[in-house]
Design a protein around this ligand. Structure first.
Ligand code: C2G
Length: 131
């Protein structure tokens, strides 16, 4: 079984997230999503609208996702890849090159982002509408 792993906050789920998850899943037979905890988001200077438990439930309901694990820090990726027998690590290409150290442990694939959508854009557009 070819196992794929990817990481993210996945807040205010949108089609860019779904496109990434679908393409990641298509690279193997099983997709593990390592989801940023609220505490790790604080380290990433991100404040998610949905708390971790809700973001986890939402991801687990997506047909491309087989398993959701917590992301606590920047340092856990090598252990995650080894402990979960991962064959392919996937991220959107805004991260291109940032995780090449994982090439010693698995394939590393950066996929083109979906243009024109992001959680930040959603928040900004909603704030503009309020005025
Ligand atoms: N993404 C995408 N297209 C978009 C928006 C996001 O392909 N329009 C991808 C990102 O490249 C990422 C995934 O969707 O692969 C999740 O995006 P975020 O939730 O913003 O993830 P991020 O905060 O970048 O967390 O350790 C890595 C971090 O946890 C990554």
């Amino acid at each position: 079984m070819r196992k794929v792993i990817t990481y993210g906050t996945y807040d205010l789920l949108h089609v860019g997230h779904i496109n990434l998850l679908r393409r990641a899943r298509e690279l193997g037979d099983y997709l593990v999503v390592v989801l940023s905890t609220d505490e790790f988001n604080a380290i990433k200077n991100k404040k998610a609208y949905h708390p971790y438990e809700d973001r986890k439930k939402i991801l687990e309901s997506i047909k491309y996702v087989d398993e959701v694990l917590p992301e606590y820090n920047w340092e856990q990726k090598i252990d995650d890849v080894r402990n979960n027998d991962i064959d392919v690590f996937v991220m959107g290409d805004d991260w291109k090159g940032k995780f090449d150290f994982l090439k010693d442990y698995c394939e590393v694939v950066y996929l083109p982002r979906t243009e024109g959508i992001s959680t930040t854009k959603i928040k900004n557009d909603l704030n503009l509408k309020k005025e």
